[in-house]
Design a protein around this ligand. Sequence first.
Ligand code: CP
Ligand code: NVA
Length: 305
Amino acid sequence: MDLIKLEDWSTSDIIETVDSAMAIKSAPENYTNSMNYHTLTLLFQKTSTRTRCAGEIGMMRLGGNSAYLDWRSTNFALADLRDEMQVLSSYTDLILVRFLLHNELIEAMEGATVPVINGCCDRYHPTQAIGDLMTIKEQFGRFEGVRLTYVGVHNNVCNSLISAGMKTGMQVTVVTPELNQAAEDPDLLSQAIQAGTCAISDQLQDAVQNSDAIYTDTWIDMEYFLDPSYEEEKKRRIAQFIPYQINKDLLKDQDVLVMHCLPAHHGYEISTEMIRDPRSIVFDQAANRMPSMQAIMLKLVQADG
Ligand code: CP
Ligand code: NVA
């Protein structure tokens, strides 16, 4: 069993994992030996704070250990991907990867003989979505009928929230005038719309007013944010998306929670004021990445026998 995208998991797999994450969070002392003699290897092509720490520190706190590999310092780039994944599998019990391209991730998974976790690719971010479901459950005590509106660019995080909605009954409305081309997944969108858990809207105010939670993410994925060749597109996106910024003017005094997977770009997709607002749960989301990653790892190790 792997975690490449949320659609691959059943509703009960997801709910059990969220419940297990909540149990780990409330009594971490019960889990300090649950990964004894187990190793997680992380293989990252992109930068990370939360996903990396949730994996590395999370594994250590379960009694296991981990090895972090920056792709550029390995021989992956000059070798056959499947060969290298097979070799890595002989040293480790789990592999957490952050690849640029979804297709390369699939090839890597096919080469691995131990469970592979997608720590974010251009199309999906399933470990983020499981952490977010945990945060939703903490706040609302349920998923069914919780109205979450995602505002901004339709990207990997948006796709995984749509999947999360389809699996749990959470209602996801997307106000996303543009799509990151690499994140295009028409099947997911049509299935979620057909399931009645996803709606597309171009009415920002209306969507916000009918929401229990508003979620946003960067307009520019991390690998492009500081890339000089992306400068023109970055300027275009900022001009196009500034009316979609999550700020006090948009939310006013509405009773709604504010979510962001982080890292946030203050003054772009969200104002500093909203990140620090009492309605913001962005730091709860970030903190929940650890127990939710621990629950994902435990589930995969148990499933792998
Ligand atoms: N939200 C998230 O995945 O953050 P990192 O890129 O820091 O891991
Ligand atoms: N969607 C952004 C942030 C993910 C944490 C990206 O892929 O860079």
